[in-house]
Write a protein that binds this ligand. Structure first.
Ligand code: NAP
Length: 269
């Protein structure tokens, strides 16, 4: 087992990173930030999202585990005062894992160039000023002409993040589906969108194609990647063939995770 430590840049997380490095070496576990088999993140969900982007080329062999240092911690199962217990669990590791779907994103720019991204949570295409006018295709078929601020395409685990804030449904991650949620759509007698979030069947794809006569630039995001003024011709979304894997010991069930994050523990209800 080779372990990488990926921490957030606040003072506390840096210190927890140093403590973890010490415990790992006391337990003769190799620290390897280049070719790890386990990545331990220290911070919050945002830190975990950045770690996945850093190790995208190692997704097949890497499992992630998150230690949270005071953040919400939707993806992070351990607290910083539990490092010894975490290492004990690592040492008796039998390779158990739980894996979650990733979003595959292919952006075509107006000059014809392509860039691909993967996201754990979601990708959005938005206009920060003025109305975004874009055709939405499901598979090859035109579904609607959208007018509004933008659209959010999320994975099941991302459904509790930005998607939830814009009124999307929470989706269990065993359903390998993507969801499209509207961000402030215009709906009146003249302009009409479906006005609800859509959950695709597995293998269905979504394409957002901004209408050229309204051609301006767009804000594109994929998890923490946030690009302004992109000249976008179309963005194609599907569920990726790869998944992101997490260590399984202490992996809280999805609905417990949702309840703990948004409602509180059962005693508080
Ligand atoms: P941030 O603005 O610093 O944090 C956004 C919040 O979303 C944090 O509390 C974060 O948890 C939480 N979060 C991230 N993934 C989540 C998930 N799958 N389920 C539930 N909550 C989740 O942004 P960031 O740390 O760079 O993370 C980027 C993510 O933040 C984006 O992918 C987007 O989903 C989310 N975001 C949401 C909104 C919104 O809801 N209006 C706005 C901007 C970004 P931690 O505290 O543990 O980091």
């Amino acid at each position: 087992m080779r372990v990488a430590i990926y921490h957030s840049n606040d003072e506390h997380s840096i210190q927890v990173g140093k403590d973890l490095a010490k415990i790992l070496s006391q337990n003769e576990i190799v620290i390897d930030n280049e070719k790890p088999t386990v990545v331990i993140t220290i911070g919050g969900d945002g830190t975990l999202l950045s770690a996945v982007q850093k190790y995208l080329n190692l997704l097949e062999e890497v499992r992630f585990v998150g230690v949270h240092t005071g953040h919400l911690g939707f993806y992070t199962d351990w607290r910083e005062y539990e490092l010894e217990t975490l290492i004990k669990a690592l040492k008796s590791d039998g390779g158990a894992e739980v894996s979650y779907p990733l979003l595959n994103i292919d952006v075509t720019h107006t000059d014809g160039s392509h860039i691909s991204y993967k996201a754990v949570n979601e990708s959005t295409l938005r206009k920060l000023s003025g109305t975004m006018v874009a055709d939405v295709l499901i598979g090859d078929n035109l579904f609607e002409r959208f007018r509004g601020d933008g659209l959010c395409i999320s994975t099941p685990t991302g459904s509790t993040a930005y998607n939830r804030s814009v009124g999307g449904a929470i989706v269990h991650p065993r359903l390998e589906v993507l969801q499209m949620a509207e961000i402030a759509s215009i709906n009146n007698r003249v302009f009409r969108t479906v006005g609800a979030s859509l959950i695709m069947a597995p293998n269905e794809t979504i394409t957002i194609r901004p209408v050229p006569s309204f051609h301006r630039t767009y804000n594109f995001t994929a998890d923490r990647i946030d690009l302004l003024d992109k000249h976008v011709k179309e963005v194609h979304y599907s569920i990726d063939e790869q998944k992101v894997k997490f260590l399984k010991y202490r992996h809280t069930g999805f609905w417990n995770r949702v309840r703990n994050s948004f409602i509180g523990s059962i005693d508080e209800v």
